[in-house]
Design a protein around this ligand. Structure first.
Ligand SMILES: Nc1nc2c(ncn2[C@@H]2O[C@H](COP(=O)(O)OP(=O)(O)OP(=O)(O)O)[C@@H](O)[C@H]2O)c(=O)[nH]1
Ligand SMILES: Nc1nc2c(ncn2[C@@H]2O[C@H](COP(=O)(O)OP(=O)(O)OP(=O)(O)O)[C@@H](O)[C@H]2O)c(=O)[nH]1
Ligand SMILES: [Mg+2]
Ligand SMILES: [Mg+2]
Lengths: 276, 291
């Protein structure tokens, strides 16, 4: 028997709903549906096979493929360059500062020396917050005053790292709206000066459709990978699919809580388990 | 008997005049708009069922197109959830009004606490803020730095580990000073963190707020409704403030939360500055939601 477009439409309509309920954005859900249609419509399956099972499995494999594309070996990259500069960017309140503390903690445990750059010179209490986290994990913070130039702090932190033979510099930036052109320009400037080896986009797993707009606008800044936080809040993780689909870059870690050990390597099966 | 047959025929006739295909198409478009705006999927289906039913059954008013009529129905169905106009936070005239800010990590509680305090201060009220967040590093400093330029007093103690004790002491402190409004900021939490949900219950029991305000991130997706449900079951939510609507998000999660908790959205946040707080306007919100 043949899989027709009509079959795909009717069977995908309820699978589509499951994707949406798992916080995959509407735009990405529809694009995946189109990709799947092109791939399997007209395909012949034997008379004993179940059409629904075939289509469902094709969707699962298509999603697995998207989620598993390109991996980044962070440790290998860090070993290859000194100081290795990592910059964190993203929307307000997504967990950038906390993620820096967690990743700094992980790298320190693996034997690397780390320094933080307090390049959020805007938000109230941002420097104290980073400093307290740094104190808890035993990492030094390079900071200026509030209102200072974020790029200048990053420059200072990198110079400090070069002088002290430090392995990794992690740059914290202020949260910003993807719709604010001036703020996007500001973070592009920080990137021009700091020339990071890795730029990480931090997003909230609880976010819905706006995660696509965030991913697109921050992608414009130039990102190498993403971290999806607050997965522990019963978030289904569909945002990971949207981000990877839109940016073409992998999700490196997921945030699974507020403790320093709550950063786990991204596992596509986690998302697939929720959806299927 | 003749009357009944005629009635049936008339019904069929009017049904025939109604463009079923067009109505279904328009409702499908509205469904997509609501889903793209982050409205809870179950709520979208409930709403579109009501909208479609009314579109078929209600008589098309003179001079109004089918599409305009359906849009009016959509507005009507949404304002049933959101209310017709802006609703105030009620202030007790005879004693301090205590407001308790709760919500998920990073939703904007601390920033909104400052904004709300400033809102009341501008209107001539004496406002005090209590920082009872004992978890987040720099929480007290954040409030202190944000509010001190406006001479809004913040009560807190970065070394205190007991959030309930801190909230109690802070409220007592401002009650003694006969402040009009006391706003208590709390640590972020979500429904899976049972210990923190329990802490929130205890804080609420200790300070007995006039209103529990749920601060919702404008970007929140399908988890808005289940989270709002859990918060409301722990501490009945009196009102909602939606933040970050200066991003690309349409705020459908907040609408879903309002539907679940029966609480009204009273303010929206459209920026990080202390004046970026606006009184909620249902019509504006719905038109933005529908794009
Ligand atoms: N439950 C949970 N909370 C998290 C996670 N990651 C961060 N948080 C919390 O989310 C809140 C915001 O985190 P921050 O690190 O301040 O976020 P940010 O992106 O730096 O915020 P801005 O700099 O203001 O834009 C804090 O309360 C964190 O503890 C996570 O994976 N799970
Ligand atoms: N763009 C924008 N950012 C906002 C708005 N409201 C708050 N923020 C930002 O969102 C981030 C988080 O705000 P907080 O007030 O720290 O959030 P919180 O709920 O207190 O966070 P926790 O205490 O960690 O749970 C900060 O960067 C704020 O400046 C808003 O309306 N628009
Ligand atoms: Mg931060
Ligand atoms: Mg806070």
């Amino acid at each position: 028997k043949t899989i027709t477009e009509k079959d795909i439409d009717s069977i995908l309509s309820d699978l589509e709903l499951i994707l949406l309920q798992n916080d995959v954005s509407l735009k990405v859900t529809e694009e995946i549906k189109e990709i799947l249609k092109k791939k399997i419509s007209g395909k012949k399956i034997n008379l004993l096979e179940n059409k629904r099972a075939f289509i469902k499995n094709a969707l699962k494999e298509a999603i697995r493929e998207i989620l598993s594309s390109e991996k980044i070996d962070l440790i290998e990259r860090i070993k290859a360059k000194k100081p290795f500069v990592i910059m964190f960017v993203g929307f307000n309140g997504t967990g950038k500062t906390t993620t820096i503390a967690k990743l700094g903690n992980i790298l320190k445990k693996k034997g690397f020396s780390v320094v933080f750059s307090a390049s959020d010179t805007f938000r109230a209490g941002s420097i104290e917050q980073l400093e307290k986290h740094a104190q808890n994990v035993g990492i030094r913070v390079i900071k200026h005053r509030y209102g200072g130039d974020p790029a200048a702090v990053a420059f200072d932190a990198i110079e400090h790292a070069k002088a002290r033979n430090i392995d990794v510099v992690m740059i914290d930036t202020a949260g910003r709206s993807e719709m604010n052109k001036n703020l996007i320009e500001e973070v592009k400037k920080v990137k021009r000066i700091a020339k990071p080896d890795l730029t990480i986009f931090v997003a909230d797993a609880l976010a819905g459709n706006s995660i696509v707009e965030q991913a697109e606008k921050f992608s414009d800044v130039g990102i190498d990978c993403s971290v999806l936080t607050k997965i522990d809040a019963d978030a289904r993780g569909g945002g990971a699919l949207s981000i990877i689909f839109v940016t073409g870059k992998p999700v490196l870690y997921v945030g699974t809580g507020q403790g320093y050990d709550d950063l786990k390597e991204f596992d596509p099966e986690l998302i697939l388990k929720n959806i299927f | 008997v003749l009357g009944e047959a005629l009635n049936k025929a008339l019904k069929k006739l009017t049904r025939g005049v109604v463009d079923e295909k067009l109505i279904k198409e328009i409702v499908k478009d509205i469904q997509r708009a609501l889903i793209a705006a982050d409205v809870n999927i179950e709520l979208v289906f409930q709403l579109s069922k009501n909208i479609e039913k009314r579109a078929f059954e209600e008589k098309l008013p003179k001079g109004v197109s089918r599409k305009e009529h359906i849009i009016r129905i959509v507005y009507d169905e949404l304002t049933k959830i959101l209310g017709e106009k802006h609703e105030q936070i009620y202030l007790n005239p005879s004693e301090s009004t205590v407001l308790l800010m709760v919500g998920i990590q990073g939703s904007g509680k601390t920033t909104t606490t400052g904004k709300l305090a400033r809102f009341f201060q501008k209107r001539g009220f004496k406002v005090g803020i209590v920082c009872s967040d004992t978890w987040r590093p720099g929480a007290y400093h954040q409030l202190q730095q944000y509010c001190s330029p406006h001479n809004i007093e913040v009560f807190g103690d970065p070394d205190e580990k007991d959030a309930i004790k801190l909230a109690k002491e802070g409220v007592k402190y401002f009650r003694k000073k006969k402040y009009d409004v006391i706003i208590v900021d709390t640590a972020g939490r979500h429904k899976e963190e049972k210990g923190l949900i329990e802490e929130m219950k205890k804080i609420s029991k200790a300070v007995n707020p006039n209103e529990v305000i749920l601060v919702i991130d404008g970007t929140i997706g399908q988890q808005a409704m289940p989270q709002a449900k859990a918060f409301s079951e722990a501490t009945p939510v009196g009102s909602i403030i939606v933040t970050k609507l200066d991003g690309s998000a349409k705020g459908g999660g907040a609408l879903s939360s309002a539907a679940m908790t029966k609480a009204k959205i009273k303010f929206i946040g459209e920026g990080e500055k202390i004046d970026d707080l606006e009184e909620f306007d249902p019509k504006k919100f719905v038109s933005r939601l529908l794009g």
